[in-house]
Design a binder for this molecule. Sequence first.
Ligand SMILES: [Mg+2]
Length: 269
Amino acid sequence: MTKNKLEKQPTDLPSALENFQKITARFGSEDTLLFLDFDGTLAPIVEHHDDAAISEEMRGLVQELSKRFPLAVVSGRGLADVRKRVNLPDLFYAGSHGFEISGPNGFAKDHEEAVKVIPVFDEIEPLLKRKLKEIAGTDFERKKFTMAIHYRQVKQEEQEKVHNIVSAVLNDYSEVTKADGKKVIEIRPAIDWHKGRAVEFLKTVLSKKENQLSVYVGDDVTDEDAFEYVKNGIGILVGEHGRQTYADYRVEDLKEVKLFFQKLLQYKS
Ligand SMILES: [Mg+2]
């Protein structure tokens, strides 16, 4: 992984709204590509991950943006799940952190190595469910290529135990690895593939030009892979995630995400 960027405190990042002209000054004559995370960026974070929903207003903004910019939604959710929630059939989507990608006109690409890891998930899912049974409030989300264990509902003092149990089980399975998000443990194939690599791949699909400028908007630790890894990219962090960040700018919250989108639409009108 390239380490050409410096990590900063989210609160030290300049505002994407206040520096909008600085951002668009980098846009060339070719279309800038837009990559948008879903949870915490387009839809508010909710107590139960299954309740997450995008507002009509936000959906309308994304739709308008997609008419003016090549655009993809990049999510940790399963592909079918995020597509259904955004409900704009003509967009490109990268689900399961990019292990499964779809687009208009039947475009579809599954990560070939990840396909081979599916049987491992079939094996560890019942195992983890049994071991985590004693802890109230864990919530499994099985996707095609990854599995999420949400623990937002687990008592604070038992949350570390969830991590310990998952780590102990995964010790026996080198084919998978785990990553932490906001009150969620994501188990995924131990393949060097993440939102950043998915974006690099999508850039080749969305643009004829090599290494076209892209803007990535995301809120969580997994979006850091895109902030750090994507070349010629502008990273915009929504809020903060408790760690340092490779993003270049920040917006406070979803309200500011909308304002940023409105500015982009004005810029391109
Ligand atoms: Mg997110």
